[in-house]
Design a protein around this ligand. Structure first.
Ligand code: ADP
Ligand code: MG
Length: 244
């Protein structure tokens, strides 16, 4: 079983990613040949010290940022070098993102926030034609995260855990295959963080959602199938649940 798993093409792969930032007159390397492969349905935690490049790696994998060297592959096809329009489309269709500070739009209701990825997908005319269907999709996603009683609230009227559940609904409303989560429990108390982890685990198990989650909390990281550590710009595998 383990052998066949290894031979399948990963759903998403970062191969030998290097990336530096320019600070003043210095080139500061952040990633130095980092590689990470995720099979469909895997839930992977990425741990590492603050500043080790975890967010940078996640942004590169989700096409929010470009590598200097290396490739990002979706089912074996290179995607980091596609043109802007194709990358925008992949970001909208294939990836969902959640962040430590939720990044909900403060002037929109929760329902409107969750509708935005589909409004972007279909543009104005398409949205107008499908607005009922889009609203239904957003409502059903909000129901799935237990927020149907909060749809008219603004983000400022919600708790941290509710905002993160809203952000998860927004990330998943377009049915992406891959959820990229950057410190999703980093701003929450441990009880609320645990609820968010339970939600992510059930989405992973029930929908085969592939999740790559960055965290510096070891007890949160341990709830994934596999933990990798980013250190000195490279990925080290530190634990793997044995295949049954
Ligand atoms: P982590 O998420 O592990 O804390 P980051 O990926 O955010 O680490 O950052 C890694 C390093 O790259 C840090 O030293 C950070 O200051 C630097 N960095 C990140 N983004 C930028 C940027 N846009 N410009 C310059 N330096 C950056
Ligand atoms: Mg970070």
């Amino acid at each position: 079983m383990a052998e066949t798993l290894k031979m399948t093409t990963p759903l998403i792969a970062a191969e030998a990613i290097s990336k530096s930032y320019i600070k003043g007159s210095h080139d500061v390397p952040v990633l130095r040949g980092a590689g990470l492969r995720a099979n469909r349905g895997e839930f992977i935690s990425v741990v590492g010290q603050s500043g080790s490049g975890k967010s940078t790696l996640l942004h590169v994998m989700g096409l929010l940022d470009a590598p200097d060297i290396g490739e990002v592959l979706l089912q074996g096809q290179r995607i980091d070098n596609l043109n802007q329009k194709a990358r925008d489309q992949l970001r909208n269709h294939v990836f969902g993102f959640i962040f430590q500070f939720y990044h909900l739009l403060p002037e929109l209701s929760l329902l409107e926030n969750v509708m935005t990825p589909l409004m972007i997908r279909y543009s104005l005319m398409g949205y107008w034609k499908r607005r009922r269907e889009i609203r239904e999709s957003a409502l059903s996603m909000l129901k799935q995260v237990g927020l149907e009683h909060r749809i008219r609230h603004r983000p400022s009227e919600l708790s941290g855990g509710e905002m993160q559940r809203g952000a998860i609904a927004r990330a998943l409303v377009g049915r992406p295959e891959i959820l990229l989560a950057d410190e999703p429990t980093g701003n929450l108390d441990s009880g609320t963080g645990g609820e968010i982890m339970d939600l992510l685990k059930s989405l992973n198990e029930e929908n085969q959602l592939t999740i790559i989650m960055v965290t510096h909390d070891e007890s949160i990281a341990a709830q994934a199938h596999r933990i990798v550590r980013l250190t000195q710009g490279r990925i080290q595998t530190i634990a793997h649940e044995e295949a049954a």
